[in-house]
Design a protein around this ligand. Structure first.
Ligand code: COA
Length: 158
């Protein structure tokens, strides 16, 4: 299925503002578009108040954050979460994850996973929301300067 262009535009607007290029974590438009063609991929976009922006609407509200996830059977992986810098630390990240829990629960998901580079300050958010570290992949990420960083995997039952 072709992804809604509004949805792609909104995700990419947040993506480009939110990720530090030094870490090479951002996805490009093609990667997001390909992911969205799969029925197992789910995207939520919110505005600066944390209110959902519905997928098909030509809304005038600027997107401030998104979460992208993919399920396999009854497990879901949080692939990416991002909030634009000017809207951070106001609870939007927590709202996005809360909405993901609700949507995933409604899909029959029982467990959510995510992977984070060691040192990402998002750790505080994940811990606060009940994610527990379950594994590490040494030197998994490669930074733009070639340096390697460990990945830490977290899980949480819902
Ligand atoms: C991670 C991210 C989505 C959090 O969004 P947010 O809207 O600021 O999240 P919330 O306001 O709900 O929670 C903020 C909490 O996250 C943690 N946190 C996130 N970024 C932080 C930072 N730069 N410095 C300190 N704490 C930070 C803290 O625990 C903070 O809680 P506090 O404000 O009470 O101290 C946002 O920082 C972001 O887009 N980062 C860049 C992209 C990224 O690294 N995504 C995660 C990997 S996919």
């Amino acid at each position: 299925m072709t992804p809604c262009p509004h949805l792609l535009d909104r995700i990419m607007a947040v993506m480009e503002a939110a990720f530090d290029p030094a870490y090479g974590e951002a996805w490009n438009r093609r990667q997001v578009a390909d992911a969205l063609t799969l029925s197992s991929t789910h995207a939520l976009v919110v505005d600066g108040e944390g209110q959902p922006i519905a997928e098909g609407n030509a809304s005038g509200r600027a997107p401030a954050g998104f979460v992208l996830s993919r399920h396999v059977l009854d497990e879901e992986e949080l692939l990416l979460i991002a909030v634009v810098p000017e809207a951070r630390r106001r609870g939007i990240g927590a709202i996005l994850i809360g909405q993901l829990f609700a949507a995933a629960g409604a899909r029959g998901i029982t467990r959510i996973y995510l992977e984070m580079r060691r040192g990402n300050p998002a750790l505080g958010l994940y811990q606060r929301l009940g994610f527990e570290p379950i594994g590490e992949r040494p030197n998994y990420y490669r930074m733009a300067n070639g340096e390697r960083i460990d990945a830490i995997t977290f899980g949480r039952s819902i």
